[in-house]
Ligand binder design. Structure first.
Ligand code: FES
Ligand code: FES
Length: 169
């Protein structure tokens, strides 16, 4: 099958590439761009390991084709972490022991960041709801919910004192 030309931005960088029409977005990011922070677990939309932000919304990289990202702005966990946008979330995950093997963590962080950008004060129930598409084999989820709840509280406190925490992707 002949390759298709796509152009997109990934973590703010303009990318032009030739991709096979059947190439998944996660394989494009991991193998062609070497952005291996995005993980692959089930490859069927169930585990959330492959989540990335596409024009600000979390999408499954395993269920999306690279050609579908033509013209889009993709942000991976590398983009969020290297830009400092989720430094507080990462610190809270670390403090609360919300990661053990770390396999699910990139997807958890993408989900958490998307949630907090749309809901600054989520209930624990809403956090659990948002995480319902993310599997973790290690933590029992309680610590992850704690970490996200803590980050939400800290961001609200920072916003209230005018000391805005950078939370844009
Ligand atoms: S690898 Fe995409 S949801 Fe599991
Ligand atoms: S920390 Fe191991 S799968 Fe979540």
């Amino acid at each position: 099958m002949s390759a298709v030309a796509i152009s997109l931005t990934v973590n703010g960088e303009a990318i032009a590439a030739l991709v096979e029409p059947r190439l998944s977005l996660v394989d494009f990011l991991r193998h062609q761009l070497r952005l291996t922070g995005t993980h692959v677990g089930c490859e069927m939309g169930a585990c959330g390991a492959c989540l990335v932000l596409l024009d600000g919304r979390a999408v499954h990289g395993c269920l999306s084709l690279a050609v579908q990202a033509d013209g889009a702005a993709i942000v991976t966990v590398e983009g969020l972490s290297e830009g400092g946008a989720i430094a507080d979330l990462q610190a809270a995950f670390h403090r609360r022991n919300a990661l053990q093997c770390g396999f699910c963590t990139p997807g958890m962080l993408i989900t958490a960041q998307e949630l907090l950008q749309h809901n600054a004060d989520p209930s624990r129930e809403q956090i659990r709801d948002a995480l319902s598409g993310n599997y973790c084999r290690c933590t029992g989820y309680e610590a992850i919910v704690d970490a996200i709840e803590t980050t939400a509280r800290e961001r609200r406190a920072a916003a209230a004192t005018g000391n805005l925490v950078e939370s844009e992707a």
